[in-house]
Design a protein around this ligand. Sequence first.
Ligand SMILES: [Zn+2]
Ligand SMILES: [Zn+2]
Length: 202
Amino acid sequence: MSEPEEVPAPEQLAPFNIEKARSSRSKCKVCKRAIEKDTPRIGVLLEGPYGTGYMWHHVVCLAKRDLAKVEEAYAGDYTQPGVEKPPIEELRAEAAKAQQKKAEKQEAPFVERASTGRSKCAHCKEPIAEGAFRFGLLQSVEFYGQVRNAVIKVHADCVANALNEANAATEIDSFHDEVRANSKLTKDEVEAALKETGVERG
Ligand SMILES: [Zn+2]
Ligand SMILES: [Zn+2]
C-alpha cells in the first residue's frame, strides 16, 4: 500500500482532490504504477486506522475501476486550478470499454477449441493441436508470498491429472457444471469435451 502523502489537518480535507502530481513518488492504487510528476491525479479521501489521507489514482484508472467516484469528483468543486484533466465523456467511454472487456473475459474452468497449434499444454508440455479441445483450469500460483489463481490451458486427456495436482484450484466436484456454464462452445461440443476428459462426476 502506498503511503498517503502529507496532507493538511483532517477537518480541511475534501472527499476528493484532483491535482497535478507534485512528484513522481505517488503510486496509482489501481495499476500500482507511479503517477508521473505533473500528470493529473485524483485523490480519494480515505479514513483509515493510521490516519486520514488521499489514495491517489490516475484519473483514467479510477474511471475504469469506479466511474461513479470520478463522476462525483468531477461534479463537485474538487479540481485544483490549472489541472488539465481528461473530459468526463472520454472517461465514460474508457469505463464502458473496460466493462465490455471484463464481460468478454472467460471464467475458468472452461473448454474452447485451440485456434492455432502453437499453444502448449501446461500439464504435459506437449503442443495442443489446432482445433482440439483445450481446457482452461485454475491453478494457484505463489508470487512473492502472494497467492493468486491463474488460468492454465491443458489437453482434454490431461484434465484429470491436472485437477489432482496439489496446486489445482478448480474443484473436481463442480468441474462439469462450471465448464457447462462458462464455455462458449455448443452444448454438444461441451459434452463431448467433458467426456474426453474421463473425469467422473464428483
Ligand atoms: Zn493507474
Ligand atoms: Zn497435455
